[in-house]
Design a protein around this ligand. Structure first.
Ligand code: HEM
Length: 447
């Protein structure tokens, strides 16, 4: 395929291609600026790799809707080489192995039924979090809300996957960033420990966690030629567990931190939300999972937060599995596709001139949802490669945010005004906040 029919884009340099254009600011911002010049379907060369960057809902609909199947693979990244050789889900190329693993996870871990089974556990963890913040409130201490959210989500995720938390093997956030060998050792020992457990011990557990499910499925099917069990070898088990940890913890933690930052910055929205929660939960001291469906303003707040801060601002890179012509442009096989969810979330053509403001009411009279057919709210992407943990993620965020604002009022330390809150994001795949959100809680439920 010759250059003339590729989508427009900046002229590449030898060897580095256009990499120099990504420069100092976060890539989603740099790519947004370039797209304003070259268009919402833009060619780039990232080193020696052909890439296309998508920056409007219409273009996203073409690539991830109409031609979803063509773009359902992932490029081979450096990381996937040593982290279990693409045996998991997130970075695994399109094919039967990825299909089996994804199906298995959707049925055995992430379906509404399975997620619901852990409601009691989540309630316990929320209770522990509220208790800790209450103690901080009594002592007039400053709380790092990102850290609190991270601890909560890590605890809930580990209990779902492993049936326990707070083991000296954890400390995951640190480990995920360090050597893969260390992670491997941790997962290996967690699986072995379960394997060595007697059936009686396993049956005593009231909730079956994901490792148990993986192991029992393997035994159940080991004499058949079932695709699923053939797929679930030791390496796959570890790869999948790692994907769940990596995909599920930092994303929700970062989302909670951004949403609370915006709430503290906008006292009007905070009051409105606290009022809605009070009306729905009445005298209850905690918001429960069954209340979430009735909290429509909370959902608007969460959507607005993820519109402005899509935690994976360029999603996860997609790759095409065959040549395809879109809008007259020829897109060759093995093109890397980046979808700029951040740019789509701030496009004034979709969200009007106040697109960079935090204004949850914009969802009041519009039917825009994460699953929407028009690809405006792309934080999860709901196509073939879309986030399989969306429902779980939304429950976790909903529970954390609602309880943090129902149980506590928050002010900034050292007399800082909400207007001065730093809202800049770091470069990185999951747009973390540069400055941690520090705030002082006051318990709202009486003494
Ligand atoms: C706020 C919370 C979350 C956000 C914003 C989020 C966002 C995303 C995004 C943007 C993708 C890539 C979609 C694409 O490339 O088209 C993704 C994929 C994925 N997410 Fe999430 N996610 C969240 C929570 C979770 C949770 C709780 C889990 C599981 C416990 C999870 C597991 C995964 C996995 C396994 C994939 C890879 C899917 C595949 O390649 O087939 N995510 N997520």
């Amino acid at each position: 395929i010759h250059g003339s029919k590729l989508p427009p884009g900046p002229m590449p340099l030898p060897i580095i291609g256009n990499l120099h254009l990504l420069g100092k600011q976060p890539s989603h911002r740099a790519l947004y600026k370039l797209s304003q010049r070259y268009g919402s379907i833009m060619s780039m060369r990232l080193g020696s790799v052909n890439a296309v960057v998508i920056s409007s809902p219409e273009a996203a609909k073409l690539f991830l809707g109409t031609h979803d199947a063509v773009f359902a693979s992932r490029p081979k990244l450096q990381a996937s080489k040593y982290l279990y050789h693409g045996k998991g889900m997130v970075l695994t190329e399109y094919g039967p192995h990825w299909q089996n693993v994804r199906k298995f996870c959707l049925i055995e871990l992430l379906s509404a039924v399975k997620v619901n089974r852990f409601a009691g556990m989540r309630r316990e963890e929320i209770g522990l979090m509220v208790g800790k913040i209450r103690a901080a409130s009594k002592a007039h201490e400053v709380v790092d809300l990102g850290e609190v959210a991270g601890g909560l989500i890590e605890g809930m995720t580990c209990r779902m996957l492993f049936g326990k938390k707070n083991d000296e093997r954890f400390g995951l956030t640190r480990k995920l960033k360090s050597l893969s060998e260390e992670i491997d050792e941790m997962l290996e020992s967690l699986i072995t420990e379960k394997e060595e457990c007697s059936v009686a011990t396993l049956q005593r557990c009231d909730q079956t966690n994901f490792i148990d499910t993986l192991l029992s499925l393997k035994n159940e099917y080991s004499n058949t030629h079932d695709n699923l069990s053939a797929s679930i070898d030791r390496l796959t088990m570890k790869a999948v567990l790692l994907d769940m940890l990596a995909g599920g913890i930092d994303t929700s933690k970062t989302a909670i931190e951004w949403i609370l930052s915006e709430l503290i910055k906008h006292p009007r929205v905070m009051k409105e939300l606290q009022q809605e929660i009070k009306t729905v939960v009445g005298d209850k001291h905690m918001v429960e999972e069954i209340d979430l469906a009735k909290l429509s303003y909370l959902h608007m707040v969460i959507k607005e937060g993820l519109r402005l801060y899509p935690i994976a601002p360029l999603l996860v890179p997609h790759e095409s599995i065959e040549d395809v012509v879109i809008n007259g442009y020829e897109i060759p096989k093995k093109t890397l596709v980046l979808v700029n969810a951040w740019a789509i979330g701030r496009d004034p053509k979709v969200w009007s001139e106040n697109s960079s403001e935090f204004f949850p009411e914009r969802f009041g009279d519009r039917e825009i949802d994460f699953r929407g057919p028009e690809f405006q709210l792309m934080a999860f992407n709901t196509g073939r490669r879309g986030c399989p943990g969306m429902n779980l993620g939304l429950i976790n965020i909903g529970l954390a945010v609602s309880n943090l604002v129902h149980c506590f009022d928050w002010i900034l330390p050292n007399g800082m005004s909400p207007n001065d809150l730093d809202m800049n994001e770091k470069s990185g795949l999951n747009m973390p906040k540069i400055e941690p959100l520090l705030a002082i809680p006051t318990y709202r439920m009486g003494a």
